[in-house]
Write a protein that binds this ligand. Structure first.
Ligand SMILES: [Zn+2]
Length: 332
């Protein structure tokens, strides 16, 4: 390629980047019109922030979202976010308070009509990951601070990542979805607030500010203690649990199970997610079913060569060898 050809390629790339930036700010402007609020657009490498707060207050969240993508990319080897997100960067809505979050939910519901009852459900929570039709996650600052809200953002980006990997337009098992979101939150920030389990998406979410921030080594120590005392619940009994059944103890095992699966390398974790989705029952049903349990067990067997009891055994041995017991493990 000669010099003139190179410059036209560069020019095309520049024009296309400019066109995308224009699309991004036009989209955020139209969201603002729909919400009846003035919003600001902030585009990072992999996300489009929809801001109802000053840009400086969004900086920790921008770093958290990009950090979560980086962690995903590091363990998976996936470098093209289009594989998960398609051609448009996911929206990350950040509003000053609940009223802005609610208005965004109303805008989203009116624009994309994801399913009946969407807006009411979203309004009962204080953060939301929405994988389809327009990939988005949104939350609000108060009672969080710009610094503490980054845990929510890293965690919710985790939800989007596992939802969107080989997207199957269906529910995921709560232990796996939460386990992965907590895992990526901890990998990104070194600590976890684990918001969603035990009814976090329901009315107990108003107690968000009372949930402790826990450093990952202390969480790991709590899991190590469970394993040492042999009182962790069997994976087979965690698989059918709803979000509100999952207590801190089961959540600890769930993200640690994700930690173990990823540590097995060879792309096994994402292969497992992919196979499980391929085997998932086609009807869209919220509740657990036998078919959902079978899909998980078959995928585990295919990818790790183990049944749930075998997985428990391998995981326990691995935790025993890799997680340190501390004097002060996390207590919840
Ligand atoms: Zn969650």
């Amino acid at each position: 390629m000669n010099c003139a050809q190179w410059s036209s390629v560069m020019l095309l790339a520049l024009v296309s980047a400019q066109a995308q930036a224009q699309d991004a700010s036009a989209e955020v402007e139209s969201i603002g019109t729909g919400m009846g609020t003035k919003l600001e657009a902030l585009e990072s490498d992999h996300f489009l922030f929809v801001l109802g707060v000053p840009r400086t207050q969004a900086q920790p969240s921008v770093q958290a979202a990009e950090g979560a993508w980086k962690e995903f990319s590091a363990f998976s080897g996936v470098t093209d976010s289009g594989e998960l997100f398609g051609s448009k960067k996911p929206l990350v809505g950040l509003f000053a308070a609940k009223a802005g979050y609610d208005k965004f939910a109303e805008w989203y519901g009116a624009t994309y009509k994801p399913w009946p009852g969407f807006v009411d459900n979203v309004k009962r929570a204080v953060f939301w990951p929405q994988p389809h039709p327009r990939i988005a996650t949104f939350t609000h600052l108060r009672p969080n601070t710009p610094e503490s809200v980054r845990n929510v953002i890293a965690h919710e980006v985790g939800h989007l990542l596992i939802m969107r990997w080989k997207y199957h337009n269906n529910f995921l098992p709560p232990w796996l979805e939460e386990g992965f979101a907590c895992w990526i939150e901890a990998k990104t920030l070194g600590r976890s607030n684990c918001y969603c389990f035990a009814g976090g998406y329901g009315d107990r979410a108003t107690r968000l500010d009372k949930i402790n921030d826990i450093e990952w080594p202390r969480w790991k120590a709590a899991v190590a203690l469970q394993v040492k005392g042999n009182h962790d619940k069997a994976l087979k009994s965690i698989i059918p649990m709803t979000l509100s059944d999952l207590s801190a103890a089961e959540m600890g095992k769930a993200w640690s199970m994700v930690d173990w699966m990823i540590a097995q390398g060879e792309g096994k974790f994402l292969k497992f997610v992919e196979r499980m989705k391929a085997l998932w029952p086609k009807d869209i049903v919220f509740e657990h079913s036998e078919a959902k349990g079978t899909a998980q067990e078959k995928a585990l067997q295919e990818v790790f060569g183990l049944d749930p009891e075998g997985i428990d055994k391998a995981w326990r041995a691995w935790v025993g060898a890799n997680y340190k017991l501390l004097k002060e493990p996390a207590r919840k």
